[in-house]
Design a protein around this ligand. Structure first.
Ligand code: FE2
Length: 191
C-alpha cells in the first residue's frame, strides 16, 4: 500500500522515486520519465478517476510534490476549445502526458536574440496532434502551447519542482510582447 488510493498512481510515484535515485545525467534523466508517465496515463482506472475532476481554466491540481526529490506531479483539466498562450516553463523540465481527450501541441522557435527586454519574435516550429496517451518532453526555456482539441481533456504534468517558485515567460504572438507569470492557481486534489 502506498499513500494514494489509486494503485496506478502509487506505482508511478514509487517508480519515479526509484528513477530519481539513479541520478542520471539531465537529458537521460528526464527522457527516462517518459515511459513511466506513459504507463500511468494508459491506466483505465486512473482515467476513470480523472473524469470526476472539475474542469477549470487557470487551475492546476497538485497530485504529488515529492518530499525527497522535489518533483511535482500535477493535473490540468481543459475546457472545450482551450487555447493556451505561448509560454515557457522557465528553468524547469516538464513531462506532459494526455490522460483523456485530445490536445494539440505547438512548439515555437525564437527568432530574435533576446536583447530587447519585454520582446520576443517567435515562429511556429512544430504543430503536433496529441491524442490520449501522448507524452511530450518540454525542456527548460522552450516556448510552446498546449491546446485543447476535444470537449474536455486531462493532462498529467511532471515538473522539476512545484510551480510558482520560478518565472515563466508568456509570449504574445501578435505583438511580440512578453510578460512574466508564476504559473496557474494550485489546488490540492486527493486521489
Ligand atoms: Fe506548458
Amino acid at each position: 500500500m502506498g499513500q494514494y488510493s489509486n494503485s496506478a498512481f502509487n506505482n508511478f510515484i514509487h517508480d519515479m522515486q526509484m528513477h530519481f535515485s539513479l541520478g542520471l545525467p539531465e537529458v537521460e534523466h528526464w527522457e527516462g520519465v517518459r515511459p513511466l508517465l506513459s504507463r500511468l496515463i494508459s491506466d483505465n482506472e486512473f482515467r476513470n478517476v480523472s473524469r470526476s475532476w472539475e474542469r477549470k481554466k487557470g487551475r492546476e491540481y497538485i497530485l504529488h510534490h515529492d518530499p525527497e526529490y522535489d518533483f511535482f506531479v500535477g493535473a490540468l483539466v481543459r475546457e472545450p476549445k482551450h487555447v493556451a498562450m505561448a509560454h515557457d516553463h522557465g528553468p524547469t523540465w516538464t513531462i506532459y502526458g494526455v490522460l483523456d481527450g485530445d490536445e494539440v501541441t505547438q512548439i515555437f522557435e525564437r527568432l530574435d536574440d533576446g536583447s530587447q527586454p519585454g520582446y520576443a519574435k517567435l515562429r511556429l516550429k512544430v504543430r503536433s496532434e496529441a491524442p490520449m496517451g501522448t507524452v511530450d518532453v518540454v525542456p527548460p526555456h522552450i516556448p510552446h502551447a498546449e491546446n485543447g482539441n476535444s470537449p474536455r481533456s486531462v493532462a498529467i504534468t511532471v515538473r522539476t519542482t512545484k510551480p510558482g517558485s520560478y518565472d515563466q515567460i508568456m509570449f504574445d504572438l501578435e505583438t511580440g510582447k512578453t510578460g512574466i507569470s508564476r504559473g496557474l492557481d494550485l489546488v490540492p486534489l486527493k486521489i
